[in-house]
Design a protein. Structure first.
Ligand code: AMP
Length: 126
């Protein structure tokens, strides 16, 4: 287990394979620190994922282990992508699932950008 309570980074996870170009994705942005692409199963009219280039399993792993430069570069990319998608004026939601209780499916840290409609409650109360 690492800092997240998750297994160590698996370089065969699907987002690692997208980063290496081994499987296709609908890319919207790439820079030194981050890659952004459309979610394959969009939950809102705009649903984009932003991932860091480094091998971090989760938010806890990323914020605990990445360099300050990587963290700043990643979050700057998140803001840039949201703006470039036209979401800044109407607004948007950022979400990251972290570990078991969140239902995190892919063990490579990622931030969801949701937008394009009124988003309703933050989380289901059930
Ligand atoms: P999470 O539950 O936060 O780990 O979210 C994983 C997200 O990755 C889900 O919204 C999936 O629809 C999305 N996803 C899984 N495989 C792909 C893929 N090949 N390309 C784009 N998005 C994907």
């Amino acid at each position: 287990m690492n800092v997240s309570g998750l297994p160590p980074y698996d370089p065969q996870n699907i987002f690692a394979r997208i980063l290496r170009g081994e499987i296709p994705s609908k890319r919207v942005h790439e820079d030194e620190f981050a890659l952004a692409f459309h979610d394959i199963n969009p939950l809102t009219p705009t649903h984009v994922l932003v991932i860091p280039k480094g091998p971090y399993v989760s938010a806890a792993d990323f914020h605990g282990s990445a360099t300050t430069e990587e963290i700043a570069g990643f979050w700057r990319a998140v803001g840039h992508v949201a703006k470039s998608l036209g979401l800044e004026e109407p607004g948007y939601r950022l979400l990251t699932n972290m570990g078991r209780d969140s239902g995190q499916e892919v063990p490579h840290f990622h931030v969801h950008i949701f937008g394009g409609k009124r988003l309703g409650r933050m989380v289901s109360a059930g």
